[in-house]
Design a binder for this molecule. Sequence first.
Ligand SMILES: Cc1cc2nc3c(=O)[nH]c(=O)nc-3n(C[C@H](O)[C@H](O)[C@H](O)COP(=O)(O)O)c2cc1C
Length: 169
Amino acid sequence: MEHVTDLFKEAMGRLAAGVTVVTTEIDGRPWGVTVSACCSISMSPPLMLVSLFTSNASSVAIKEQQRFGVSLLTNDQTDVAKAGAKPGTPKFFEEFVDFDSFGKTHMVKDALAHVHCKVDQVVEAGDHTIFIGRVEHVSLGELKDPLLYFHREFGSFTTELEPKEPIVK
Ligand SMILES: Cc1cc2nc3c(=O)[nH]c(=O)nc-3n(C[C@H](O)[C@H](O)[C@H](O)COP(=O)(O)O)c2cc1C
């Protein structure tokens, strides 16, 4: 019988997910890691979570700095997603980001949106650390098609619906 962990991995690989880059700083330089375990959890107050492998350099840095950014990628940013996902490689991100002095985190240039968070709670869960961030500032980019990840492949989203106006432009 296949091990439940393998079945679980396969099952979760079938949940199409948006792709983000979580930003932090290491040695005073911008650093970005590709993350799909990301969601909003409250609007009042505005809270979001990201779940990172505990031994990742980014998890250690976020625990120290108590701050992180989340850039939501567009479907023409596969190169950025791949750069933030290279195992065992430093993920210095100067070429992909700008610093937002108001939100105090690094944002991936031309991302769909970027959420600046201050750490509110840290929950250790198995081999991951869940960071719950208090949303302090949000930067919106151009509304484009999102980058998705499904069955270990990057792809995009298409809809037959009429495009809606954004809530805020
Ligand atoms: C689409 C995609 C989504 C990912 N989502 C997560 C995630 O939610 N949390 C996480 O810790 N790593 C996630 N990873 C893996 C990291 O991006 C990275 O590859 C991994 O942490 C290895 O980096 P390291 O060797 O520097 O530790 C994801 C990778 C890809 C390609």
